[in-house]
Design a protein around this ligand. Structure first.
Ligand code: NDP
Length: 297
């Protein structure tokens, strides 16, 4: 079995290198070897290797910058993803791709399910939705995993930003009216590997029935504010010293912290479909935050 992994040095890509390696012959590429800003160049990469699985962890993820770099965001997140789907179809390979809670507008009360209407508020969210739509239009075998608030020991993320800021400031003001689930890249990679193994063990009819879009997020919910408090409290208990205490992490509203890209207020995604289709459970986000902090401190 041959697996092509794109974006090997991102948060999710790094963990995928570990999780996919035991499954077969893994070719893991970075931006210099497979550049999604040059969609047509990807065809030769794929036809030369002839993978059975293409796992795409590469993406334009600079959410705010995307408001000014619309063309590049669409080329990477939509056009290239369409090319991956076309080449997967030619080889009868599976394409595994990651998308985002930012395809929703966040106005729903309660958890989103995969069949809910999408209405992205940002260029990033729109470009990711366009990528999803390109896959569905091409009609290769695919899994699209919509995830949220990704963190990992390697790479940049909210938890690490909070730890850095807490060393320099006496007070942090963090948004407390957006809800979501911090999700570990380690979990995303492990679930991806697990789903591949499940699909391999199924007959064609059953595996084809699993083609589709799934929410893949940790259990539990947080606000950015409660997430920041958790990170600083746990890191302090592990011996880190900060000028900020959990009491001096203050809640503010989204309106008090304007950013170029509008975020959904409610990013809580139901994972029932993924759990039922693949027979897995998804642990609480705090377990993985604890693991990351113990790893990096
Ligand atoms: P990262 O930003 O950590 O990694 C993205 C990777 O894509 C990097 O390795 C980067 O390369 C690579 N990349 C960017 N542009 C190109 C390009 N033109 N050609 C090739 N590679 C490129 O992202 P995550 O691992 O966090 O995200 C994985 C997936 O999850 C993405 O699809 C993302 O949209 C989605 N997602 C992420 C969320 C988050 O909070 N981070 C939330 C919801 C969904 P380089 O290392 O050279 O910069």
């Amino acid at each position: 079995m041959k697996i092509l992994l794109l974006g090997k040095n991102g948060q999710v890509g790094w963990e995928l290198q570990r999780a996919l390696a035991p499954l077969g012959e893994l070719l893991a590429l970075d931006r210099s070897q497979a550049d999604l800003s040059e969609p047509e160049s990807l065809r030769a990469v794929i036809t030369n290797f002839k993978p059975n699985w293409i796992v795409n962890a590469a993406a334009y993820t600079a959410v705010d910058k995307a408001e000014d770099e619309k063309d590049l965001a669409y080329t990477v997140n939509a056009d290239s993803v369409g090319v991956l789907a076309e080449e997967a179809l030619k080889l009868n390979a599976w394409l595994i791709h990651y998308s985002t809670d930012y395809v929703y507008d966040g106005d729903k009360q309660g958890e989103y399910v995969e069949t809910d209407d999408v209405n992205p508020l940002s260029v990033y969210g729109k470009s990711k939705l366009a990528g999803e739509n390109n896959i569905r239009e091409v009609g290769c075998k695919y899994l699209i995993f919509r995830t949220s608030w990704v963190f990992a020991a390697k790479g940049n993320n909210f938890a690490k930003s909070m730890m850095n800021l807490a060393k320099d400031r006496n007070e942090l003001k963090i948004v407390a009216d957006q809800f979501g689930a911090p999700t570990s890249a380690e979990l995303i990679a492990d679930v991806t590997s697990f789903c591949i193994q499940r699909l391999i063990g199924m007959n064609e009819q059953l595996s084809n029935d699993r083609v589709g879009t799934y929410h893949l997020v940790s259990d539990g919910k947080a606000t950015w504010h409660s997430y920041a408090q958790y990170v600083i409290s746990k890191a302090t208990s592990l011996g880190e010293r900060y000028s900020v205490s959990t009491q001096s992490i203050l809640p503010i509203t989204t309106d008090e912290y304007p950013l170029p890209a509008v975020r959904p207020k409610n990013s809580k995604l139901s994972t029932d479909k993924l759990k039922e289709s693949f027979g897995i459970s998804l642990p609480h986000w705090s377990m993985y935050v604890d693991r990351m902090l113990e790893e990096i401190i």
